[in-house]
Write a protein that binds this ligand. Structure first.
Ligand SMILES: Nc1nc2c(c(=O)[nH]1)N[C@H]1C(S)=C(S)[C@@H](COP(=O)(O)O)O[C@H]1N2
Ligand SMILES: [Mo]
Length: 367
């Protein structure tokens, strides 16, 4: 494999997951070149065009031959099912806007920085997903009385944490039976693009993205808790390398703004003309509705106006007018949800760099 030359500051290969204070590594650049974020100006769309939606793929994009592809639903059930894409499309369908966010969004802003996909803030997007609810399928299969979880497995596999495994995640039966949990085959009215899980993915609204298994091939009811790497080791809130820590599930409250004015090409610093400036963006949470968004100019906070919600599991638009005065300013935004959770203006560090919802900070020069 050809590796780009970035920093040679570490003598030994950096280990995945370890925190560093050093410059970006080759491994992070390789991941960043594959997995892209949503450019923040795309926050202006209610529904993110598919090509602008963030992308996170642990291993490689599998090429799934749709004619031979079947979804198998088995394990601790009374009737195993094997469904083609046509079978799934023939079932009752639901279309709804859902905001997906990677649990690692904000990781690269942490100090020290956990070595993994180096997200800044754009690992988010909202698509209109079409599919069929999962619960009726589980009822048809008839879950055994001793089934405790469902394991969702993708067609992709690779090596992580020393183990070679397909990408797989589980949900408790309670979680899987929520009416909003769906098997989806369309994104923004089109078949799923290869990178977003063609032909079928799980969609778990309100949860961080890792739960929404792409390239779904099987659903297995199991009678003990699933201990695969992506479930038992990755995606835990930890303070150091040793577990167990708390498993990651629902999306923490966050707001983001479209950076105002125009950018400097290399530094990305914003340049804005003095006078009224419409600041706007989106806010979302997996823990309840968005109740408040505030914008801070040099530490002075003012309330933003909220638009009507797009849907129960989608981000909400907000806006506020800032009368910009000449000079250098720091513009921030923060949101609060109906659980009372408010974004912090300081970092709250954890070992895997998960759920860093620290308030966005944009440096602006007004001229
Ligand atoms: N099979 C499979 N499903 C997966 C992943 C993966 O690597 N393989 N990545 C997960 C993670 S970590 C995230 S954040 C979301 C990203 O979904 P998107 O690329 O469609 O935005 O998919 C999830 N589902
Ligand atoms: Mo993710």
């Amino acid at each position: 494999m050809v590796k780009p030359r970035v920093s040679q500051s570490t003598a030994k290969e950096p280990a995945a997951g370890q925190p560093t204070d050093g410059p970006l590594t080759q491994e992070e650049l390789l991941l960043a070149g594959r997995n892209h974020s949503m450019p923040l100006e795309a926050l202006a769309h209610d529904i993110t065009p598919a090509g602008l939606h963030y992308l996170l793929i642990h291993f490689d994009i599998p090429q799934v031959p749709v004619d031979q592809w079947r979804l198998r639903l088995g394990g601790a059930v009374s009737h195993s099912l094997e469904l083609s894409l046509a079978d799934i499309k023939a079932r009752p369908s639901v279309t709804m806007p859902v905001t997906l966010e990677c649990a690692g969004n904000g990781r690269a802003l942490l100090q020290p920085r956990p070595l993994s996909q180096p997200w800044l803030q754009g690992a988010v997007g909202t698509a209109e997903w079409t599919g069929t609810p999962l619960a009726p399928l589980l009822e048809e299969a008839g879950l055994a009385s001793d089934a405790v979880e469902l394991v969702f497995t993708g067609a992709d596999s690779g090596i992580q944490g020393g183990a070679e495994e397909p990408y797989a995640r589980s949900l408790s039966i309670d979680e899987a039976m929520h009416p909003e949990v769906m098997l989806v085959y369309a994104m923004n009215g089109q078949p799923l693009p290869p990178q977003h899980g063609f032909p079928l993915r799980l969609l778990v609204p309100g949860w961080y993205g890792m739960a929404s298994v792409k390239w779904l091939t099987s659903i297995e009811a199991v009678t003990s808790r699933f201990m695969g790497f992506q479930q038992a080791v990755a995606y835990h809130y930890l303070q150091g390398p040793d577990g167990p820590g708390l498993p990651v599930s629902h999306i923490r409250v966050r707001s983001l703004m479209v950076p105002p004015g125009i950018p400097d090409f290399f530094t990305r610093r914003r340049v804005v003309e003095a006078g009224p400036v419409m600041l706007h963006g989106k806010a979302w949470s997996g823990h309840g509705e968005i109740e408040r968004v505030e914008v801070g100019i040099d530490g002075e906070w003012m309330p933003a106006q909220l638009d009507d919600p797009l849907g129960d599991f989608a981000w909400r638009s907000w806006s506020v007018v800032w009368v910009a005065t000449p000079g250098d300013h720091v513009v921030r935004c923060r949101a609060m949800d109906s659980s009372g959770a408010l974004q912090s203006t300081e970092q709250v560090w954890n070992y895997q760099g998960i759920g860093n919802n620290m308030a966005q900070r944009v440096e602006v020069t007004v001229r």
